[in-house]
Design a binder for this molecule. Structure first.
Ligand code: GDP
Ligand code: MG
Length: 457
């Protein structure tokens, strides 16, 4: 130690200026070192601001800002998916998601909910929250023949009496005019004859009713005669009341062949019938056997689309028998419950009609013995007594197993049903009282007569 001091002393003596300089620099260096350690304010005037290392707090703040910047586009991003939903209000407010995160999630929800709507039209129309609802209401162009059935809401069932009003007026109303407050005498019988013969009952039926009054109503008053006529008509109609459920099937597939002149209401009846069978959980197939006009095929296809069942159709002008054959084949292979085959009712001459229907009936039975299980003849009540001659012709060429009387609503000629019952004794399976599905009524003789005489419930 002593040697060190004596050496320093020698050096100080030799270099006194250097020594003084070193001593003077000491405090300055010390101050600088202290300033560095504390990071304090002693240095700012000397240090360049640009080169100053950033304090950790500032760096953290900036980092959080950067991450927030990054977060904005990420959060708004989903609105890009929401683009199809035009004019979605939350998208127009980009600040909102940053300030209040929860609303960011809101526009996403409808976007997620959109896929079930699926229809492109809906996106253009739909405002965000009720996209699905708006879409179904606002979709302007519904496909004409959608593959999926559109179940129809059941319409309120109209009273039969209301639907039979015109026929009832033409028959029972006029009877009341003749019979009211009178005793049966020749004058009354003459007037009664006129009413009955002009009520589209058919000559034979009118005569038989008049005979009954002559036999049993002598001396009675008008009220009794009215009752007498009602029970006579009821008896005739009871004879054609179907014995079993009109929807009963007798084969699998149960094949129904539908006949009748053009415009009688065949295709409409087939559509209604298909809907009724389907409502019972049955699988139905339709055959467009009226190949005479393209419109007839399309009409049946429209019904198929409406009801939700398949339609076997061929070319317009094609062979109806081959359509009938294909329908039965398809019905067998597709395990269908009920197949209903439409036909054309051309009546120019009897021979071609007979040949055509005979051929159809034969091919239907080729692959399926026992088929057709039902042959329905559709008759338009409006045609009055003409329906009687149609029934004569068709029953000659085909084994008609049931009648359907259409358009009983809005006609005064519905009395023909009594004549048909009287002359043919073929069960009346259905009565058409309007164009809706629910307007195909199972025929019930008692209900029908009560409705006709204004005495139903
Ligand atoms: N009011 C009424 N119209 C019916 C009824 N049945 C069928 N129609 C109408 O009668 C017209 C002819 O029917 P359509 O089924 O085409 O007869 P098709 O030629 O025998 O097949 C159509 O306008 C049907 O809507 C019915 O019971 N009441
Ligand atoms: Mg038709």
């Amino acid at each position: 130690m002593e040697t060190l001091f004596s050496e320093i002393a020698v050096w100080v003596r030799a270099e006194p200026l250097l020594f003084l300089g070193l001593v003077g620099l000491g405090p300055a260096l010390l101050g600088l070192a202290l300033a560095r350690l504390t990071g304090g304010s002693a240095a700012p005037s000397r240090g360049a601001p640009e080169s100053r290392p950033e304090p950790p707090a500032a760096r953290a703040a900036e980092a959080s800002e950067a991450s927030r910047d990054a977060a904005i586009p990420r959060r708004v991003e989903p609105t890009v998916f929401a683009e199809p939903v035009e004019a979605s209000p939350p998208i127009a407010e980009p600040e909102a998601p940053v300030v209040a995160p929860p609303p960011v999630a809101e526009p996403e929800a409808p976007v997620v909910a959109l896929p079930p709507v699926a229809e492109p039209e809906s996106r253009a129309v739909a405002p965000t929250p009720v996209a699905g609802h708006e879409a179904s209401v606002g979709a302007p162009e519904v496909p004409i023949a959608p593959p999926a059935p559109v179940p129809e809401p059941p319409a309120p069932r109209a009273r039969l009496r209301d639907r039979l009003r015109r026929t009832s007026e033409a028959l029972v109303g006029r009877l009341g005019g003749v019979l009211g407050g009178r005793q049966v005498d020749e004058a009354l019988l003459e007037e009664l004859e006129e009413v009955l013969f002009t009520a589209d009952l058919g000559v034979a039926t009118a005569e038989s009713l008049l005979d009954r009054v002559r036999r049993e109503g002598r001396g009675a008053d008008g009220g009794v005669v009215r009752g007498l006529l009602k029970s006579a008509i009821a008896e005739k109609l009871a004879a054609v009341q179907p014995e079993e459920d009109v929807f009963a099937t007798r084969g699998r597939p149960h094949v129904v062949l539908v006949l009748g002149v053009n415009g009688a209401g065949k295709t409409t009846t087939i559509g209604k019938l298909a809907a009724r069978h389907q409502a019972r959980g049955r699988k139905v197939l339709l055959g467009a056997g009226d190949t005479f006009r393209a419109a007839a095929i399309e009409q049946l296809q429209t019904w198929g689309g409406r009801v939700g069942c398949e339609v076997i159709a061929g070319e317009a002008g094609g062979d109806p028998a081959s359509v009938a054959f294909d329908t039965v084949k398809a019905a067998i292979s597709r395990d269908v419950d009920v197949a209903i085959i439409d036909t054309a009712g051309r009546l120019q001459t009897k021979k071609p009609l007979m040949e055509e229907l005979g051929k159809i009936a034969r091919v239907i039975g080729r692959d399926l013995p026992g088929a057709p299980h039902e042959v329905l003849l559709v008759l338009d009540s409006n045609t009055g007594q003409n329906a009687l001659s149609q029934a004569r012709l068709f029953t000659e060429v085909a084994n008609v197993t049931g009648l359907v009387l259409t358009k009983m609503d809005g006609t005064a000629k519905g009395g023909v049903i009594v004549g048909l019952a009287d002359e043919f004794r073929i069960p009346v399976k259905f009565v058409g009282v309007g164009e809706g599905i629910e307007d195909l009524r199972e025929f019930d003789a008692t209900e029908f007569v009560d409705a006709l005489f204004g005495e139903d419930a």
